[in-house]
Write a protein that binds this ligand. Sequence first.
Ligand SMILES: *Cc1c(COP(=O)(O)O)cnc(C)c1O
Length: 422
Amino acid sequence: MSLSSTLYAKAQSIIPGGVNSPIRACKAVESEPLFIASAMGSKLYDVDGRQYVDYVMSWGPMLLGHANPRVHEAAKAALDAGASFGAPCPAEVDLAQKIVDLMPSIEMVRMVNSGTEATMSALRLARGFTGRDYVIKFDGCYHGHADAFLAAAGSGVEVQAAPGTPGVPAATVAHTIVLPYNNLDAVKEAFRQKGKDIAAIIVEPAPGNMGLVLPGPGYLEGLRAVCDEYGALLIFDEVITGFRWSLGGAQARYGVRPDLTTLGKIIGAGFPVGAYGGRRDVMEKLSPCGPVFQAGTLSGNPVAMAAGLANLRELEQRDYAALEKRTGELAREFADIVRSKGVPVQLNHVASAFTMYFTEQPVNDMAAARTSNGKIYTAIYKQMREQGVYLASLAYECTFTSFAHSEADYELTLNAARNLKF
Ligand SMILES: *Cc1c(COP(=O)(O)O)cnc(C)c1O
């Protein structure tokens, strides 16, 4: 038995499902998780000594690659000065300034410890600022696991959402409206019905949690206009897109200015960091300068702040356009190889992320994403992993490249793809 299997068996007896986040259990792809011993650059090394080219990159954070020396030096130096103070530290100010400089719409920013905390807090702030309760989210967008976002879509342009998991009271999602992504008419209709009670729209500007889906022409601009018309706030959840679509995130790339932005993943370079920020008049409603409460014992942690700052400084030196071009080439070649074996493939790509869907129809929303053949993805996942290529353990995820991926990695990946059998 492999060491991974032994650990998994033990883990299942003391950790629910053997994992601390469900997707890691690899159930959707009918596999067991690999336990990872270490990571370096574009590679993961499992506890059985096998090497993998990593296209998960910790679900997005490791845009520079694993164990970047600059990031690690900064984190180690910070750690030697103390792990946590529960008081302000200089690195918080430096990272906040860097974020304000990079993200077009962020005038003030508050640090938290995860993407979930960022979105949950941004929603509370939007509700506190507007004095309204309703929030619009989109089917297939993921905003972390706070109760208000764990809502399942009603049928059609239904306004009332149902709890998305046991443990969420119906009352908690009673003010959550779930609509299809990329459908501006549905948003306008919801605002016609409930406009003066809607605090905010929260949206992944280019969703990365139904696989990768791109906003249609005018869609984000349309959301902005509707929010302006009704006095609601537009929240861009840039937990994936922030610092990956461009240094200024999706908002810089698409030229649409949200009122609030949530950040996570890349911002901490692998450490548990999230942040939310935006318009000064909105952010100043936060305690202690305003009435809306939000707090965190470990928020602004000095080690995480130092790592995050080193990460962003290093990213500023990198060639995003070159990575995007190379990622696009890889994605197209990969898709062509799969197509050549008789499988229909829809490819969505932007920046250093792509998703293949195994369906005949273009994928612009969750309903289309659901038509993708999951069995094909499972076959690809298993056979690629067997050949040393580590893909996401769920079809509805992005495949991420990084600045650490090499030509040799891409070659190994495409060769493995050529061996796929369906
Ligand atoms: C991952 C993710 C979150 C949640 O972040 P966590 O750090 O896992 O809590 C929120 N929004 C989006 C868009 C994400 O991809």
